[in-house]
Ligand binder design. Sequence first.
Ligand SMILES: Nc1ncnc2c1ncn2[C@@H]1O[C@H](COP(=O)(O)OP(=O)(O)OP(=O)(O)O)[C@@H](O)[C@H]1O
Length: 696
Amino acid sequence: MAAGGSASRRAQEARRQERLLREQWQSARRQAQQWEAASEGERRIAAQLLVLTERGWRLLVDRRWPGTRTANVDMLLVGPGGVFVIDVKNWRSAPEVSDGRLCAGGERRDEHAAKLLAVTKAAESAVASLGMSPVAVQPLMVFAGHRVDTALGRIRLLGEHEIGPALLSECRRLRTESVRAMADLLERVFPDYEGSAVAHEAPPTPVTQQQVMPDGLLDLESLRDAALEGALRAPIEQWMTFLHPDQVALVRRNWSGPARISGPAGTGKTVVGLHRAVHLAKRTGGRILYVTFANNLPRVQGTFLKTMSPAVADRVDFRSLHSWAQEFLHARGVPVRLHGDKAETAFSLAWKHVGRGSRLAEIDPRPGYWREEIDHVIKGRGITTFEEYASVPRRRRRTVLRRAHRQAVWELYEAYESRRTERGVHDFNDVLSLALAEARRHADRSPYTSVIVDEVQDLTLVGVRLLHALVGDTPNGLLLVGDGQQAVYPGGFRLAEAGVDIRGDRGQVLKTNYRNSKQVLDAALTVVADDAFEDIDGLRTPGRREVDLTYHDGRVVRVTKPTADAHDQALLDALRALRDGARADAAVLCPSMRAIGHYQRLLSQGGIPVCLLEHYDGRAVDSVKLGTYRRAKGLEFKYVYLPQHDAALANEAATGGSGATEVPETAREREELLRSQLFVAMTRARDLLWLGSVSP
Ligand SMILES: Nc1ncnc2c1ncn2[C@@H]1O[C@H](COP(=O)(O)OP(=O)(O)OP(=O)(O)O)[C@@H](O)[C@H]1O
């Protein structure tokens, strides 16, 4: 729509909101005047909340705190914006927050905050039974006679002028039926204190001049602007507020030590991880590190969390492991010089002088395989002596290496290390090892109370040890989220090797897939059906796993064309056929960077706007997303297009690697990895999975 069109729509909506609010404001002020026990300031607050009751919100006033005889809750407000636990204060001095403490008139008032948080917890427990996540329950302290808009941890402090606009501009979280169900439930759990509920429909009384509250016009204007903002905002997605009650239980659970959430693709692991981050940030008041291996995922997850729970967003750090580790080292004054290209050159030289002529070339002449061996098996596991390497179980590596082969690998490793150190540079594994040493040296100086690791199966052993070192075995400290079936990097580890002990109910498995239809999942599972995998707990699991399916609308479209050009044309046609606005939910995923280059050109020349996944931050943009299978990890899209989806596998199978001397085991390992990556890409699809192939 043209800018002028949208501006006129906005103006129209503003006029509509103003008319509506004028009537609602009149009625609310009449009701507030009847609130006899209240001060003038409290009545002004009530008037603003009563405006909300005219707009489908439910206000419960002066309720008894469950489990107590005399303690009360000033107000509970339930509406499209969520559930608010409100404490109204009539303090002479303005509230101040400093160093995380609440003060007024030079005196500490922390006990008021503590009480409000305790009531909020009771409200969270109550609504959890209906599947509402704690993220939708917010404590508010509202101050009569003051202008305030600040936060004390998760408590929002608002003045009497700020409360109405703040609530009206909230994103829509609850539908009408949910508002009703939540309010009915809270009414039962928090009984009437002394029959003081405000009548929803007050009998109309004529408004006299004396009854008109001061600043009425000012409030109306800010209310109108806020209402307009709220009305124009897209509603928050359902999953950000509602979860399955079993998921809510996991989010709120108290774990006595490290915990783990696993489960097949699409079973809500990340969703639980995100809600748990919010829950912990609210409950502990400390900092939470939410970390993944991939670079782009933290941005997307950060955007989601900010929408879900803006009040705590600044206390959850979303980071990729390596960038976080680098910053951590800088902050601690540990010199680090990460230089991927120079490290790569060091390896190439080592291969040329030591590897290529060794017996390793008989097993696999591709240097890449041996680079992975060094990265994932030797350095990734923190191995520093040959004796360790000689006997280490090489998890998820298929080739059997006898002692003589391992000796040859070790020589290659030493040659690489000496060339790397000559150049004075570090590689990615060095960054993690340095950070681990530093974290262990000063275990008492960790900036985090909790660490949540998503897609943990992609980390190396050293990576997991590092994150464990930040919080140790403290209650609710470490949470590992992931699924071994979706490992897209070579090598692997077991948790026991990292010294992480998950026992009893601290290991949870999710079993309901909320993302994929049977058709989509069957297609994806066919790819990995024969690939049993070992997860980080050491359990061997068959490739075809049982899950409960709840989403039924996804379909698979297979398109086979005789030439690459015809295939690409079919892809362009399919993307052009997307209805207006649907591009924001579409992704083209490819196995390699080379393919990305090709499709980026194709789409751009075809006039289809493209957003590379490395630039995507979770906000809706009207472009087709484009990225590798690996980059798509942890994400999902309504429409997923996998051009030439079977080409990489067919190519690997046809060449069996790169030559006649190839031992099939390394080729099989590569194929297995390619299948895992393809499986990950396919399970990103919600409504459509488009599988392109070229077959003459
Ligand atoms: N209780 C629920 N009700 C409806 N949808 C849900 C629920 N829980 C999660 N979802 C949705 O299911 C989808 C998958 O969730 P999520 O991405 O957390 O799964 P995951 O297990 O991390 O997936 P993967 O391992 O494949 O990355 C998301 O669209 C999420 O919003």
